[in-house]
Design a protein around this ligand. Sequence first.
Ligand code: BG6
Length: 295
Amino acid sequence: IEGSGDSSKVVATLPSGESVEVLLFGATVTSWKSNGGKTENLWLSEKAALDGSKAVRGGVPVVFPVFGPPPKSGHPTSSLPQHGFARTSRWEFLGKSTSEDTVDSNSVKLDFGLYSKGVSEEARKAWPLDFGLVYSVTLSKDSLQTIINVRNEGETSFEFQFLLHTYLKVNDISKVAINGLTGVSYIDKVLDASTHSQSGSITITGEVDRVYQSIPQDTTSVVEDGTPRFDVVRDNLPDTVVWNPWVEKAKAMGDFAPDEDYKHMVCVEVGAVNGWQKLEKGEVFEGGQTIKSLL
Ligand code: BG6
């Protein structure tokens, strides 16, 4: 662990130079370098708060137990802040394990935990349910895997949503195409939450905020300038949000900097956000992603 207090982070490096950095605050992955450590894959705002004062703008924030603004009333998550409390809670570092099967398949796994007792009093009051989260971040030569394990540790059932709000770094958004969502229906948050069906690749030429639902294909691919850049592979998660704030929204976010960096990022966010995942007493849910950097 490097640093102290809410700025504490865990850094892991492979012998071949690849690295990952995870802030204990939010268990937010803030950097993932592949290609011998030469290629940063995640976008992080120059003005991202890395001291625990607010959710990190960039990297991979963990969204739990509600995605977006919670239902207005009548749901147990209704008094939580947007995207819940996991991204603004201080997680525990549970430990590191390495595997060195062969020279080429080195990997290092970092585990983080968050429990009902570990959240703020405010969050505990708003969502007084007993849960345990274990979040595993595994760095391999060309990929990063992030998996959540949610356990109901209480006496009653609860419902939650979960999402990995990954900010992928790209060189030029005008050359980006996102593939693998053809035929999938999505809610367009920019167009009054209307429902549409995706035909062909997604290209980004303005604000995009879409929730793709119940996706049959496991892999969403990000291609840049005709060259495959990332494969995002979902594991037991049905949905994916594609988000780019574009000019005005980027400018309006105080922690999004520089303003023009909407050109250098796209969020591809895997999750379970359409309806609710229900866990009975003692039950466990597991889901996550593997991102492959193809450069
Ligand atoms: C996305 C949502 O997941 O997150 C967007 O679909 C939202 O609607 C974005 O604007 C950023 O949210 P926040 O809370 O980090 O500003």
